[in-house]
Design a protein around this ligand. Structure first.
Ligand SMILES: Nc1ncnc2c1ncn2[C@@H]1O[C@H](COP(=O)(O)OP(=O)(O)O)[C@@H](O)[C@H]1O
Ligand SMILES: [Mg+2]
Length: 398
């Protein structure tokens, strides 16, 4: 088919031509946003899922939905190396400016800006205060204790009060939440706690890898009550099929049922791979319908492409010992594995490789689905490891 009109869009955060299988979750978001805006208390939301399931795409939709409900929405991406206050300040400042520009003067909004100014001073961000362009006196005694937990809560409350005074609401949307430190996560949870106690129109919607649930629970035990953790996972056969079929019918192209079943079998319904298979099959196909034989050809091409990009970039970030760990994990098979089994394969004690395991969790490569268990955060990464390291891990002492 003509590559120019290829509808598929493999790539991190790329809007898919059809957002399949997420209607129920988006309806929940719709209700959550509407309730918070109306000043009704509601649990904030952390979406949890593996790499490539569509979390970033969903958060972009959440932002659009919030804006169309009249929210001021801001979206940030947490980083291993960038502190939370640094990420939050520029968009929060923008949000407060936007609130400030509405109608006449609001004392609550002015106060919000002063509290933000205090907060900037207190976190001592090394970017120069001028960069934030806040030509305003700080609200001394508010959000300036230097204790992130207390200060962020005061800042969020002040922003929430400013929004309420304007009859609007604020949505803080955070991607890659698993990269947050425990202190930052605690502060975020505490801030949301304070905001919801006061029924202020400020909501936090985030997404991250499965380790996020443990991080939130460890940071604050009451996190469980403040948040829901909807799981974003692989699509069903039916939803996978609409993700492929939907975007091509308008161009007079179809997939045969056998082709769709085969794509589902090899991709296991993971959205990133569906886009990849859709993209390659479109380019390879000479005619419609796209059939089983063509999908088998696609699988060869798509696998090679993923091995050079999606999987490769992650592999290249690993130390040799980390590669060994993942190679051993892959050899144990697909799904959850006992951490002890990995150690055994590497010929060492579990305690010896505990630091290795922690660093892989921090890097977002693996997670612990249950105590003592380990699994990949990237779907099909086990098969990639077997292809890339066919001889398996080096044993201790070798
Ligand atoms: N519901 C969906 N249906 C079809 N394709 C999707 C869906 N959600 C995401 N995708 C596609 O999957 C890929 C990964 O999406 P992304 O949001 O980056 O995942 P994540 O943030 O979970 O790693 C993108 O190419 C995107 O177009
Ligand atoms: Mg993402």
């Amino acid at each position: 088919m003509n590559p120019l009109t290829n509808p598929f869009s493999p790539g991190a955060g790329n809007q898919p031509p059809e957002l399949a299988g997420r209607d129920e979750l988006l309806r929940k978001v719709e209700v959550l946003l509407a309730r918070v805006k109306a000043g009704r208390s509601e649990q904030s939301m952390f979406m949890v899922g593996l790499r490539g399931v569509g979390k970033t795409v969903l958060l972009n939709r959440v932002r659009e939905m919030a804006e169309s409900q009249g929210y001021q929405a801001l979206l940030i991406e947490a980083h291993e190396s960038k502190p939370l206050p640094l990420l939050l300040l520029p968009p929060l400042r923008q949000t407060l400016f936007a609130l400030d520009r509405m109608q006449n003067v609001s004392q609550k909004v002015k106060r919000g800006l002063r509290v933000l100014r205090s907060f900037i001073g207190a976190v001592k961000v090394k970017v120069g205060e001028a960069e934030f362009g806040l030509d305003i006196d700080p609200e001394t005694g508010s959000a300036d204790s230097g204790d992130l937990e207390a200060d962020l809560a005061e800042l969020f409350v002040a922003v929430g009060e400013a929004a309420a005074d304007r009859g609007t609401a604020v949505a803080i949307i955070v991607d890659e939440l698993q990269y947050m430190t425990e202190v930052e996560m605690s502060a975020l949870i505490m801030a949301i706690h304070k905001v919801s106690q006061r029924s202020l129109p400020l909501v936090l919607i985030g997404a991250g890898l499965p380790q996020l649930v443990g991080l939130a629970g460890k940071s604050k035990s009451y996190a469980e009550r403040l948040f829901t953790y909807p799981e974003v996972g692989a699509l069903t056969l039916q939803d996978s099929s609409s993700a492929l079929q939907g975007p091509v019918v308008s161009q007079g192209v179809t997939y045969t049922p056998e082709a769709l079943a085969e794509v589902f079998r090899v991709t296991q319904g993971y959205p990133y791979f569906l886009q990849e298979w859709g993209y390659q099959s479109w380019n390879l196909a000479r005619q419609s319908p796209i059939d089983l034989a063509l999908i088998q050809q696609t699988t060869v091409a798509s696998t090679a492409r993923l091995d050079q990009s999606f999987f490769r970039v992650r592999f290249d970030r690993l130390t040799p010992r980390e590669k060994d760990y993942l190679s051993a994990l892959a050899e144990l098979g697909t799904g959850n594995q006992r951490s002890g089994g990995v150690a055994e394969r590497l010929g060492v004690k579990v305690q010896t490789i505990a630091p290795l395991r922690s660093s892989l969790i921090k890097k977002g490569m693996i997670y612990s689905p249950a105590h003592g268990d380990t699994a990949f955060t990237v779907p099909l990464f086990d098969q990639f490891m077997l292809r890339t390291m066919p001889d398996g891990p080096r044993k201790a002492g070798s």
